[in-house]
Ligand binder design. Structure first.
Ligand SMILES: [Zn+2]
Ligand SMILES: [Zn+2]
Ligand SMILES: [Zn+2]
Length: 303
């Protein structure tokens, strides 16, 4: 509580009084600024939850007892890659991993309003059936955004989920397919798709305001890099220290980060090759390693 002196409206004639008034004004300004940032933190422009940060096999891997798979550091337990993007009281799920139910319960994802897919690999789609719970909670079909090839994979694997339901009490997902063929407007915000090479498959990264998510890529080509300038936060594929034919290695990801110069970047889609703490020790301060449950708030997002 700032106490303003009774005679604060009048400048005193002696020097000490002026200093006191200036000090009081400064204190008040600092308190207003602190209150502003506290308020802003409660209502960030964009809120990202890392639901999963692991590679396709997950970490720990079945049947592996290496130091990373046996680590007691929670950040080394990496479920399959997915994020939740929230703004304007809406939440958009990016990919539906085989651990979707566990991720939703652990992170209190009580409702989502749409699903966006990066590509059709098993580790990114095979939890799709779990969204039926959100159909029940919403009481309506759920919009699902995917590129044409990914949508065909989804409709083949989950044909029953794309049928309009006329009966009640039938517990299966009800999805409304929307093909991505350019920038999307999802709940009043533009999602810019970004083409990324991933072996024989083309993956979509997404830019939302000054945040971007680029998982499952072996490179970011020049045309895509042009769409990733002036970022506040970039989440980027970084599988392991050694090169891999369809994913970026740590040093390749760092080179791209150095080129794009986001304010901060996070590695994702990690294998069991290195512990969280050991990877972070060798990274520059503006590059960190994502872990399951990490929340990123982007206060300055230009949506
Ligand atoms: Zn993947
Ligand atoms: Zn292992
Ligand atoms: Zn993939």
């Amino acid at each position: 509580m700032v106490r303003i002196p009774a005679r604060s409206g009048r400048l005193r004639t002696h020097f000490g009084g002026d200093i006191k008034i200036i000090g009081t004004i400064f204190q008040l300004a600092s308190k207003i600024e602190a209150a502003y940032f506290t308020f802003m933190k409660k209502v960030p422009a964009l809120r990202i939850i890392i639901l999963g940060s692991g590679t396709s096999a997950g970490v720990p891997m079945i049947g592996c007892h290496c130091p990373v798979c046996s680590s007691t550091d929670k950040r080394d337990q990496r479920t399959r890659c997915s994020i939740l993007v929230s703004y304007n009281d809406k939440s958009v799920l990016v990919d539906t991993t085989p651990e979707l139910r566990l991720q939703a319960v652990a992170n209190h994802v009580d409702l989502i309003h749409a699903v966006v897919f990066t590509h059709g690999h098993a580790d990114h789609i095979f939890g799709l059936d779990d969204v039926r719970r959100y159909n029940t909670l919403l009481g309506s079909p759920l919009p699902v955004y995917a590129a044409d090839a990914t949508m065909r994979t989804l409709q083949k694997a989950f044909s029953y989920a794309f049928i309009r339901q006329n009966e009640t009490g039938v517990y299966r997902p009800e999805l409304e397919p929307i093909i991505i063929d350019g920038p999307l407007d999802i709940f009043g915000v533009t999602w810019q798709p970004i083409a990324l090479p991933h072996g024989r498959v083309s993956v979509l990264g997404f830019r939302i305001g000054n945040f971007a998510y680029c998982t499952d890529c072996a490179d970011i080509p020049a045309a895509s890099r042009a769409m990733l300038q002036n970022l506040d936060t970039l989440i980027i594929d970084a599988l392991r220290p050694r090169p891999h034919p369809t994913h970026l290695s740590f040093s390749q990801a760092l080179q791209i980060i150095d080129d794009l110069k986001p304010r901060r970047a996070y590695f994702t889609h990690l294998s069991h090759d290195a512990r969280h703490a050991d990877i972070e020790r060798d990274l520059p301060p503006n590059v960190r390693v994502a872990y399951d449950g990490l929340i990123l708030e982007i206060l300055s997002a230009t949506l």
